[in-house]
Design a protein around this ligand. Sequence first.
Ligand SMILES: [Ca+2]
Ligand SMILES: [Ca+2]
Length: 263
Amino acid sequence: MCKLRDTVRGAQTILYLFGFAATTTWSDPGESTTRPAGQVAAATSTAIEGQDFTVPGVGMAFVWIDALKSWVGKYEVTNGEYRRFNADHRSRPYEERLLDGDRQPVVYVTHVNAIAFADWMTAQAKAAGGLPEGAMFRLLTGDEWTAIAACGDERKYPWGNEWPPTFGNYDTDTEFDNYTIEGYTDNSVVSCNVEDSGRNPWGLFGVGGNALEWTTEKNEHEIVVRGGSWYHFNRYTLECTFRSSYHPEIRFESLGMRLILAR
Ligand SMILES: [Ca+2]
Ligand SMILES: [Ca+2]
């Protein structure tokens, strides 16, 4: 069953697809003289297996996930992080609710944008001190995404097998419609700051809620996105295995990304 505003969103998405061409402004935070000093101090220069890693210059946090032998973004990519790559990016308001805060997940990004951002991250990290041989930032595969949602077991939902949720930012309010999740509230009407999006047992936030996440997986001519979001309330859309797919140049208010650093 779809919500009425799912249909409305589809119409909006087409407008965004044809009304706003993707624009990319290349910048180089690694060379910036206005970079906040704290972000440099927090960063390590090289990713070391078995240890969490903060990307130099950009300041993005990654968690070592032993099951994947890779580092996975602790949070969804934020507006602030994405604007290091494209200073002009704006995650437009939804029904006058702001989505553009520096620590809210970046949305209104196409799959093409997401890949370009990952490539830029790889170049930044290499220039700032080197990555492990052959390592690069990219979107997660479907299997990798399922692994970080289920945290090594076969749980039905990111929080476990029981209903309702115990963490995560989903649609629990009635501001835009009459749908809620009985027995659960998260106090966020739209996307929340990534730190507030719910931590899973592997130490990753917002897996399954807050923003949908682009992956590398294809579904014919579309790209698979994973998880639910602040827009979702239906049980099946909150399951670890839930998939939807979109044209790679589409963008809308609840679709963002998470990166993995892998060989
Ligand atoms: Ca919510
Ligand atoms: Ca998410």
